[in-house]
Write a protein that binds this ligand. Structure first.
Ligand SMILES: [Zn+2]
Length: 478
């Protein structure tokens, strides 16, 4: 196996991944701001991060991943007040929904999933450290970070700070590059607004300080990988670097990985355009969890992903092909021996790994797997595929599924887990196997009417049977 190379946003170069602590990958991923259901653009990033952690795991790294819930910010405070709930109550609902959505998409749970509001003391301590080093000032009860004090400010996103007047401030959590100014670490409460009483005064943390405090608490002052959507690079990640490095004097993050935007029908997703989808919107339209995961994972994270109906259909048929292929491999009998397909399988495994080593080029990794499937299908059709070829082909499929996680036919189960009935009528694999066996028995006892009835029943439920010459019955979902 070769080196793993990542394109580092910091510096813009491809770099071999060498973790700070041998054998261990410590990574921080910015989680959702929980004021609403997460949308499909958010999940593009979270699926990429899952592919990243699965790949590192498959390479034997111990992954220590921290992800946060931003459960206090400008929007949450406004929305919770509107709903007449305290922010904890307001955000609980969206945290639960997010965790359920993650499971539906096969996203593994990080080692630490933490809430910002449980770490106020850590943030206060970090602000105190910055104050002791002269990086902060107070204005109207809020505490600001003085970016002119930190010469490296802008090194991640190359924002130009030359023309900024000393003391020019920005109070909102999210702003543009044109607004690169001193940002709030701690915000004084507006009248009637919720606040914490702390040593640094009443108020609440700014968004950026949350991630620095939580990342360093669980992962140390220098972490290996920090990832997020490209829209977080400025100001959020730029500010995270400034706060963390000003406080510790050490590099904060060694590899910055940013996932590109997701477009819907070539346009930026927005509620006003009517092309804004949460995961549940897509499931309600009848898309399977595996289809959505496959589509999101199939485009390399540094490339824009154009999300279309056509793309969903293609993803659905790709997953179906993969599953049918696995069934064919597992249920057929092949002549003893080994053919050249074994070598092809080994080559496919290598190509698959090599593609992922190359900054997680998932598209190329998939191409290696589908090329192999094509070759195996042709070999089987021509009677050239042999029993000895099964193991190497299966190994390629296992490597594939350790990362992509779509082979298991558990979509209906996942839908049911979030109370959706869409696929609930579809029979389980066990039920299908039982009916297939019952039909075999009926045929053996020459009860053809019954055999036909079972075949028809299954067809009505979208299950297609194929009788092969060797007497083995294969089935697939339509
Ligand atoms: Zn963050």
């Amino acid at each position: 196996m070769g080196d793993i190379v990542f394109q580092n946003t910091l510096g813009g170069k491809n770099q071999v991944f060498v973790p700070l602590h041998p054998g261990q990958a410590r990574m921080y991923t910015c989680g959702p701001t929980v004021y609403d259901f997460a949308h499909i653009g958010n999940f593009r990033t979270f699926v990429f991060q899952d592919v990243l952690r699965r790949f590192l795991r498959s390479r034997g790294f111990e992954v220590i991943q921290v992800t946060n819930f931003t459960d206090v910010d400008d929007r949450i405070i406004a929305k919770a007040a509107e709903a007449k709930l305290d922010i904890r109550e307001y955000t609980d609902k969206y945290i639960d929904a997010f965790l359920a959505d993650q499971r539906v998409l096969g996203i593994r749970k990080p080692e630490y999933t933490v809430r910002a509001t449980d770490h106020i003391e850590d943030m206060v301590q970090l602000i105190e450290r910055l104050t002791a080093k002269g990086f902060t000032y107070v204005s109207d009860g809020s505490i600001y970070f003085r970016i002119s004090q930190f010469p490296d400010y802008g090194k991640l996103t190359h924002v130009d700070t030359a023309g900024i007047k000393a003391g020019a401030r920005v109070d909102v959590d999210r702003y543009d590059k044109a607004d690169a100014r001193d940002f709030a670490l701690w915000k004084a409460p507006k009248p009637g607004e919720f606040f914490w009483k702390t040593r640094i005064g009443p108020g609440r943390p700014g968004w950026h300080i949350e991630c620095s405090a939580m990342a360093m608490k669980y992962l140390g002052e220098t972490i290996d990988i920090h990832s997020g959507g490209v829209d977080l690079a400025f100001p959020h990640h730029e500010n995270e670097i400034a706060q963390s490095e000003a406080a510790t004097g050490k590099p904060f993050v060694r590899y910055w990985l940013h996932a590109e935007h997701l477009l819907v029908d070539s346009q930026k997703m927005s509620k006003s355009l009517g092309n804004f989808y949460t995961l549940r919107d897509l499931l309600e339209k009848g898309n399977k969890p595996s289809t959505i995961r496959f589509l999101l994972a199939s485009v390399p994270y540094r490339r824009q992903l154009n999300f279309t109906q056509e793309g969903l259909q293609q993803a659905a048929s790709s997953v179906e092909r993969l599953r049918n292929f696995t069934i064919r491999l597992n249920t057929s009998k092949f002549p003893e021996g080994t053919s050249t397909v074994s070598e092809s399988a080994e080559r496919a495994s290598k190509d698959f790994e090599r593609a992922l080593e190359d900054d997680l080029n998932t598209a190329q990794a998939l191409a290696a797997v589908f090329d192999l499937i094509r070759e195996v299908n042709v070999a089987v059709d021509h009677g050239e595929f042999q029993q000895g070829d099964v193991a190497p082909v299966r190994k390629t499929l296992e490597s594939f599924d350790a990362i992509f996680a779509v082979l298991q036919d558990d979509d209906d189960e996942k839908l049911r887990s979030i109370g959706m009935e869409a696929g609930a009528k579809a029979p389980s694999n066990e039920q299908i196997e039982e009916l297939v066996t019952a039909r075999q028995v009926a045929r053996k006892t020459r009860d053809f009417a019954k055999a036909d009835r079972i075949r028809q029943d299954l067809a009505n439920q979208g299950i297609i049977l194929e009788d092969s010459k060797d007497g083995i019955v294969r089935w697939k979902r339509k």
